[in-house]
Write a protein that binds this ligand. Sequence first.
Ligand SMILES: Cc1cc2nc3c(=O)[nH]c(=O)nc-3n(C[C@H](O)[C@H](O)[C@H](O)COP(=O)(O)OP(=O)(O)OC[C@H]3O[C@@H](n4cnc5c(N)ncnc54)[C@H](O)[C@@H]3O)c2cc1C
Length: 483
Amino acid sequence: MNNKFDILIIGAGVVGASIARELSRYQLDIAVIEKEEDVSFGTSKANSGIIHAGFHSQPGTLKLKLESAGNRMFDQLSRELGFPFERRGELMVAFSDDELQILHKYYQRAVQNNISGAELLGRERTLELEPNLNPDILGSLHAPTAGIVGPYEYCFALMENAASNGVKIFLDNKVMKIFRKGASLEIVTDKGISLSGKFIVNSAGIYSDEIAKLAGVGDFKILPRKGEEYLLDRRVGGLVRRVIFPVPSEKSKGLLVIPTVDGPVMVGPTAEDIDSRTDFSTTRSGLDAVFKNAQKMVPAIRATDIITSFVGLRPAATGGDFIIGKTSVKGFINAAGIQSPGLTASPAIAEMIRDILVDEGLQLKKKDDFCPERTAVSKIRPLVENRDYKTLETLISKDKNYSKLVCRCENITEAEIIAAVRSGHTTLDGIKFSARACTGRCQGGFCTSRILDIIHRETGIPIEKISKKGKGSEILFYKKGAF
Ligand SMILES: Cc1cc2nc3c(=O)[nH]c(=O)nc-3n(C[C@H](O)[C@H](O)[C@H](O)COP(=O)(O)OP(=O)(O)OC[C@H]3O[C@@H](n4cnc5c(N)ncnc54)[C@H](O)[C@@H]3O)c2cc1C
């Protein structure tokens, strides 16, 4: 096995995946090392999926600069990589004169940041755009360039495209040691794999401070900030078209009402500083706060419509801003502390890291055969929703597995599950995030056993070894002679 690379990227979230895909344009040997069984299993799988317009962060921060730059890159990225992205726009709504004054400040910031189309709207126009908003609102800040994205589909698409352009991915390998050997930096993983690189990029999310420490750089700390989100039934999916924000606080953008690219509406996230990096529990107080605030903006929202909930941990760093740049260890580059709006900023972070690497001595030579495109898997849900039975018939005539429904809630067929497995997703969560199976009302009650069968048939992995998200989360218990 080749273990010598130009660049080692630690972490396969949206940041590591964006960097890998950007650098795969050049004649470089690149490896991505990820401790989980699949890519996008860290914070990148548990967020609101908003591509922010570019005025939420404090002026003068990297967050603000990269948020607006990243936003502008999403149309091309989604065209090339075939992940779902829609510029739905966002409305920040005010309920009092004080809040209207704050809206004005954000409007000025949007103008200074050249956010196209940003406008202050009065009560009537706001309610015309979003008739389900509380009629007590006084006005809003409208930013039509904000978008929504399928966050894990985006991450998978980046990584699949990077891999097809030559990037090597080492999954289920936790980086345990980093040390210098001559001109190179070496990594050793918990599987005993040693990899050597001229440069290391640290994009390890909530563990990025620990990775920096392994390299001998101990100048920042990650302070995890917990965010609880609640997904509502598809039945109430049409409540809002745009992302609805309250007027934000110092610490967070507030509790939002968020349409998703898949149809259902989500509410949240909370923002709570915690000590643990493994606390993914939702709380009664979080749920109460989310629904109280969401119902204030959109009164028709009901907690009884919740079908599932999740928690994401924002990798907030000391200092509050992203930590991107060279370090005291030559060749070791940080892309750390990428809290919100890290999803939005990710493609701009990748370009910034590329330029830092060049400044640190990396030579870039374009590949003649770089292919920026990835073909997305055809899905039947939009065809069924739009009653496009002609295209559906064509699809089925080419592949009979498009006629076999596996997930009834979300209309996912066997063909879509097989495609997910063949592109490398072999855990139940991997299938859930790439094909959307198990995400509907029954939360996998109907389709889990069918998916296990397909994974087993396609890969040969024994059924009892198939897990939810890696070792220790096997779905079925089987011990010879136990029954
Ligand atoms: C609730 C919530 C809502 C959010 N909403 C939005 C939003 O709407 N819009 C937006 O722009 N941003 C949003 N964000 C922020 C966004 O999700 C993050 O900024 C982004 O996902 C960070 O990506 P990352 O690649 O840095 O981290 P991660 O996705 O966490 O990736 C880091 C990876 O490193 C791996 N790793 C860690 N240690 C090791 C090791 N020792 N060896 C190997 N691998 C390792 C991890 O397993 C992980 O996969 C939100 C965040 C949260 C929590």
